[in-house]
Design a protein around this ligand. Sequence first.
Ligand SMILES: Cc1cc2nc3c(=O)[nH]c(=O)nc-3n(C[C@H](O)[C@H](O)[C@H](O)COP(=O)(O)OP(=O)(O)OC[C@H]3O[C@@H](n4cnc5c(N)ncnc54)[C@H](O)[C@@H]3O)c2cc1C
Length: 296
Amino acid sequence: MVHPKEYPVILIGAGPACITAAIQLKRSNISFLMIGKDPGGLIANANLIENLLGFPKGISGENFVSLILTQLKNHSITILEDEVLAVDYKESKYFVKTKQNQFVGKKIIIGTGTLPRKMNISDESLLFEQRKLFYEIKNTIHIKQPEKWIIIGSGDAAYDYALNLASRSNHVTILQRSESSKALPLLINRVQKISQIQVKCNVSVLKLDRKSSNVVLTVSEGHQETLLSADRVLVAIGRHPNTYFLSNDLSSKVDDLILQGSLFMVGDVKNKSFRQVSIAMGDGLWAAMTILGNFK
Ligand SMILES: Cc1cc2nc3c(=O)[nH]c(=O)nc-3n(C[C@H](O)[C@H](O)[C@H](O)COP(=O)(O)OP(=O)(O)OC[C@H]3O[C@@H](n4cnc5c(N)ncnc54)[C@H](O)[C@@H]3O)c2cc1C
């Protein structure tokens, strides 16, 4: 029987949190394996990042990801691009199963971010498979623009996506359930100044259908049901921690293992509403330095 390869540290995730941890581990001469699908992470979606030090004019998410991946390369760090399907903990070791392989780690850093909240209404999954409905913007860049988009949501991400799509000449309607938006006032002001973006308040989406090349939304506005139509729909109604791969047994031990210093949760996966790049990077750095301290 071939034994899975063993590492002092396994990192799961390839967003800002794990990338920062990986660079610090490398600088500290600690060997590790970094497994991540979709290198760069969620920030690739950002229209303009303005709260990161070092970028006085702000930077697009796409350019930021390109820089951090170059930084990884300059440190000769490679990402095993694979999806982790299961993680279990037995006899003081972590057993990590990916689509292609199995590995064992003495310590583990989990920076797997968040998953989008779904609406759970009819035809949502079908439209997603048909690339008519999206939860992120980064996979839409190659779509021939301009188009008519409907964004469902009222937070920072919904408003950021609207600005991004409008900058590519698309027409955008934001549908929000209540009268007011939860987005930063700065984003609301920017959206208000752009004629291609319309905001409709007090609208609940009841149903989604595909009619030839369009998506038709049945919505309730006040006491009335009406139909709206768009080329594509983007759903941005929140996100939740991504830990689907943890076994039930490991999930029940997470808090103890964090206290013992063998398991680290970094970035959005644990940061609740404090989901920001600088915080994620700080978490990654903290985890790597704590591990170095334990090895000394
Ligand atoms: C539209 C938008 C705009 C934003 N703008 C800003 C901004 O201006 N400023 C700011 O500070 N923050 C912003 N954010 C938030 C920022 O993107 C996150 O805080 C940051 O990306 C979190 O980094 P992370 O490493 O914790 O997680 P993520 O970036 O989510 O990375 C998670 C990584 O784990 C990988 N992964 C997940 N599951 C598995 C698995 N099972 N196996 C292997 N790999 C896996 C993912 O593919 C990804 O590589 C924005 C977010 C959005 C959506």
